[in-house]
Every structure is written in C-alpha cells, then in structure tokens.
Design a protein around this ligand. Sequence first.
Ligand SMILES: Nc1ncnc2c1ncn2[C@@H]1O[C@H](COP(=O)(O)OP(=O)(O)OP(=O)(O)O)[C@@H](O)[C@H]1O
Length: 308
Amino acid sequence: MVGMTSPSVIEVRNFSMVLGGKQIVDDLSFEVGRGETFGLLGSNGSGKTTTLRALLGIYTPTSGELLVNGAPFNPATSGPLGYLPEERGLYRKEKVIDVMTYFGQLKGMARTAAALWSMGFLRRVGLEDHARVRLDKLSGGQQQKVQVGVTVMNNPDIVILDEPTKGFDPINRRLLLDIVEDQRRAGATIVMVTHQMEEVERLCDRVLLLKDGRAEAYGTVEAVRESYGGHMVRVQYSGTLPPPQGWQVVTAERNYAEFALADGTDDQRVLRTLMDAGVTVHRFDATTASMEQVFLSIYGHAPEEASA
Ligand SMILES: Nc1ncnc2c1ncn2[C@@H]1O[C@H](COP(=O)(O)OP(=O)(O)OP(=O)(O)O)[C@@H](O)[C@H]1O
C-alpha cells in the first residue's frame, strides 16, 4: 500500500461547490498519493461526481483549490489522464475500432499501434467480433466496455473512473476490475467512484466517504473499517451462547453468530467467556466490520448505484 509519504498527485483543499443555489460540496479536503488507488464513496447525491467534475475543470469551484500534479487541471500540462465520466457516450455512429483508434491517436499513439491495442482489448472483453460494428448497435454494457478501453488506452498516469462497473453482471464486473488492477500494477494513480464495497476492499488503498457534501470518513480501508465498524467476531459453535458480555449480537443463526465488540473487549476474552460457559467453539474469526457494514452504519442503508 502506498502511504501519505508519497508525493500527492491530487490535492483537494477546502473545496466547496454551490449549484443551483444548493450547497453540494462543503469544505472538502483530501489528497491522493502517487500509485494509490483511492475510492470516493457515498450515497446517491452526496457530491462524488461533482467533485470529479470540479477536479477536471468541468465545473469551476465556488471556493477552494483542486490540483492535479500541483496545479489546476489542464489537459495540455497535467500529464496523461484517462477519465470515464458518469455520462457515457462516444461517437455512436462510428465503428468501434475506428473510434478506439481515433482516441488512441489523440492520446499520442501511432495509428497502427492504437488499432492493434484496440483489437487486443476487444478480444479481452469478448468484443472481437464487434470491431467493425457501429457503436450504437452495441448494448449499453458493450459500449461501456469500449469506453473503459478508451479510458485506459496508452496507460495514463492518472485514471479517474466514475462507477466503472455500473450495471455489469458479476463476470464482466470481474473482467473490468482486472483491467483496473492492471493499470494499478503499471503504476497508475486511480480514483474511482463506486457503490460496490467488495470492489473497494479488493482495490482501494484509501477511501473518502462523502455525506451531504462533507467528508464523513477518510483514511485507509482498514482504519475506516476499524473506526466505523469496530471489531467483530464470527463464531461457529454448538451449545447455548451466554448472555452478551462486552459485545452485541449482530447475527445469530443456528450454530453461527456474529458479535460486534464493545470498546475495550478483546476477542480472546470473548473466546474465554464462551468456553467458560460450556460452548464448544468449532470456528472463531476475529475481524473488523466489512465496508458494507461501515456504509450501512454511516448512511443507514446499503450502497446503491446511481440511476442511469
Ligand atoms: N448542475 C447542477 N445544478 C444543480 N444541482 C446539481 C447539478 N449537478 C448536480 N446537482 C445536484 O448535486 C447533488 C450531488 O450530485 P452528484 O452527481 O455529485 O452526486 P453523486 O454523489 O455523484 O451521486 P450518484 O451516486 O447518484 O452518482 C445532487 O443532489 C444533484 O442533484
């Protein structure tokens, strides 16, 4: 994991945004280090897309600073950056391979190299038979794959993804995450908005959770899990559980239970208490709450993708 000692590629300082007379983002500050994968999370309407748009100069901030490599974003000088916006859409009347090759050239690739790379990408995502098909003849998910391809073409140093796996089935979601993971291995700094907490756990080093335009939680995935979800234990057992002593029962099924531990209760004490009460423990896992549980505890509901 890359810590905060690495130089920041992205710096957001005291960013506020008012749109249509409404305070959308309120005094937000965060940094993303080089090579880090950063998750921008939050419920619908909490200001994630607005923050990305302001970062990329699509919106002018009401106040504060948003810097890419030390200066406000400028496509000519900020270095290679790939952006998958929330609103999808390429040149819909052109053929897939022509659109991809065109974008590759815009990103500095030679025409043949861009075409070759595009064919390789289309093969990887199962669209090799669609290379010469017009984009508007593709399904929404297929078009999204092409757009992800365009975003990561020529391995940009910074990759910004607004809900990259939105609407995908689990197999295609995994395929897309593998592609993001390749970018990260190649050294890219990645900022992603997602409502998929298992993606966050798989990919993100640090996260920021936005609530009503303010930072509710900010830090490494482990630290956020620990401070918002606390410690948990999962027990597989036979016998009768004693009354809770320093824990709260979160889940109790036949022979399986999950406890949220109160501050100051350590897992070894829970194990001893169970054994002293004559419970036979078959399996005992000490863990921290999942990001899904953290999300639930902050927002009071499970994460939901933005509507199309
Ligand atoms: N141009 C605009 N004018 C007025 N309000 C806007 C504008 N753009 C966005 N908003 C409002 O700002 C709020 C935040 O929107 P934003 O798209 O940043 O949320 P989000 O966190 O990305 O949500 P989602 O998860 O649904 O994509 C919403 O209430 C939205 O309606």
